[in-house]
Design a protein around this ligand. Structure first.
Ligand SMILES: Nc1ncnc2c1ncn2[C@@H]1O[C@H](COP(=O)(O)OP(=O)(O)OP(=O)(O)O)[C@@H](O)[C@H]1O
Length: 507
């Protein structure tokens, strides 16, 4: 029997018809992937299914019964739950209480709650202390705490919206263990993701949402990531033997067996840091970044990656034996608690990207008073620049007067990154997860942004846990273990397939 049946669902925001006529089913014991370009309406569909929004038209059933939830709370009572990546869980709860807050154990005595939560966490391989406060758990792991919660609850269908986006490969395995467990229990899962290779490892079937409709509904066994990318953009699946090409502003390798097409960086050294040490973690990292190079750093959650990234930006005190910037030696700080470096950094998980969600796209990208009398010529030029960026980045909007906060998550991210790169002109910058939550075409555009920055002689350190992102964006990749990098993987010399395999094996 179908756990969920959706028929003819439509949803519009103002003049924008996001869902036009969406119909699909999720069977009992089935994990169904939902993919689509940024702004295609995946989260909106997840919100309709999970009761956050009422549809404008159409009907739904859960286990054969009419289903029209009045709210997310109501939906949970009717058997439908939702897990989001960037959910805010009450920080004063313990992890154990957070996991069990929707169950009959919610008010049970501490020892029972702790024991049950420990069992659930162990089941998905989540290495968290049940007594730890949610406030002390990294934000990107909250999605996994939520996944543990749905496992403990009695929901029949679970919407997982981009939960894996910032998870390490090991944590993704934990999430997939939850999805498989839910499937084995005869429940249904709607799994939304842009990380296609890993999504295809766990789903039984894939739905492609495009132009407000389900453009493709196919068994996962018949799909591969490259063909799925084309289906999300074109709506149709190319035949297996057909070479696929992702429409983009510039040529790029579509075959994962090829090496990178990024231009080789110059031989000049932009930054050299010798024996970088962070108390308690790094045993000593040697970092050498060439002019125009994009260097990737990755690693497990407790590998020292976070500390090294923090040391590069001065947020975490660190020591080193020497720093050379653009060929010149810099004084090395010796006092405990001092910063070794102060590189500027972009982080997509900064709250609201540091921009006002109520400001228009135009204002966000120009930072100028919208409507304030100014030189007409410069105003036209700056608005042309905004329109050009919105077009180039394929932002799904009807107007540059749309408020930033109403854009889809991916569209917000790519505009925020473009804005940040334009506003920060450091020769060496740190960029965290530059393509997180982006569709294939947008990932390419972000790579173009990085290539433009490096073509002008800038150098970039990319910090990421996504092997595909690292392979796509970087010239060299270092896997951090015990606070150091033993070997750098060169994307000019290795195929994408080999690099991915090496990162997964090491991280
Ligand atoms: N509350 C809202 N008000 C106005 N417009 C909205 C609202 N929520 C979503 N939209 C619009 O609906 C469209 C679809 O957004 P949605 O977040 O569902 O896309 P998505 O497929 O999940 O994208 P992404 O992959 O970037 O997360 C976007 O153009 C967005 O601007």
């Amino acid at each position: 029997m179908s756990v969920l049946h959706v028929e003819g669902v439509a949803k519009a925001f103002g003049g924008r018809r996001v869902l036009r006529d969406v119909s699909f089913t999720v069977e009992a014991g089935e994990v169904v992937g939902l993919v689509g370009a940024n702004g295609a309406g995946k989260s909106t569909l997840g919100d309709v299914v999970a009761g956050t929004y009422a549809p404008d038209a159409g009907r739904m059933t859960v286990l054969g019964h009419a289903y029209a939830p009045l709210s997310a709370h109501d939906a949970r009572h009717l058997g439908v739950g939702r897990v989001e990546q960037l959910i805010r869980i009450d920080p004063s709860l313990t992890v154990a209480r957070a996991v069990l807050r929707g169950t009959e154990l919610a008010d049970a005595p501490e020892p029972r709650v702790r024991a049950r939560a420990r069992a659930v966490l162990a089941e998905i391989g989540l290495d968290l202390d049940p007594d730890a406060l949610v406030a002390d758990v990294p934000r990107f792991v909250h999605g996994l705490v939520e996944a543990a919660r749905v496992l403990a609850e009695d929901t029949k269908l679970i919407v997982m919206d981009e939960v894996s986006a910032s998870l390490t490969p090991g944590e993704v395995q934990g999430l997939h263990a939850v999805a498989r467990r839910l499937r084995d229990e005869g429940r249904g899962v709607l799994y939304i993701s842009h990380r296609l290779p890993e999504m295809l490892e766990v789903v039984d079937r894939v739905l492609v949402l495009r132009e407000g409709r389900i453009a493709l509904d196919a068994p996962a066994a018949e799909l591969d990531p490259a063909r799925l990318v084309v289906a999300t953009l074109d709506g149709a699946l190319p035949r297996p033997a057909t070479p696929v090409r992702i429409p983009t502003a510039r040529p790029a390798p579509d075959d994962a067996s090829t090496t990178t097409t990024r231009p080789q960086p110059s031989a000049d050294v932009a930054l050299e840091v010798r024996n970088l040490r962070v108390a308690g973690t790094a045993t000593g990292l040697d970092l050498r970044l060439r002019r125009g190079e994009v260097l990737g750093l990755t690693g497990r959650r407790r590998s020292g990656l976070r500390e090294i990234a923090g040391a590069l930006t001065g947020e975490i005190p660190a020591q080193c034996d020497g720093v050379t910037v653009g060929g010149e030696d810099r004084p090395v700080p010796t006092a405990a608690g001092s910063a070794a470096l102060r590189l500027e950094a972009y982080r997509p998980d900064d709250d609201a990207y540091g921009v006002d969600p109520g400001a228009t796209i135009a204002r966000t990208l120009t930072d100028e008073e919208w409507g304030r009398p100014s030189d007409l010529r410069s105003e036209i030029a700056s608005l042309r620049g905004v329109i050009d960026t919105v077009h180039r980045m394929n932002v799904a909007t009807l107007s540059i007067k749309t408020v930033f906060g109403a854009l889809s998550g991916g569209d917000q991210h790519k505009l925020a990154l473009a804005r940040w790169l334009a506003a920060h002109d450091g020769d060496v910058v740190v960029v965290h997860e530059p393509t997180r939550g982006l569709d294939a075409r947008s990932r390419r555009e972000v790579r173009t942004l990085l290539d433009e920055a490096t073509a002008h002689g800038r150098s970039v350190v990319v910090v990421s846990v996504d092997p595909d992102e690292l392979t796509e964006c970087c010239d060299r990749i270092g896997v951090v273990t015990d606070g150091r990098v033993d070997e750098w993987l060169d994307t000019h010399e290795m195929t994408a397939v080999d690099i991915r395999a090496r990162i997964l094996a090491a991280a």
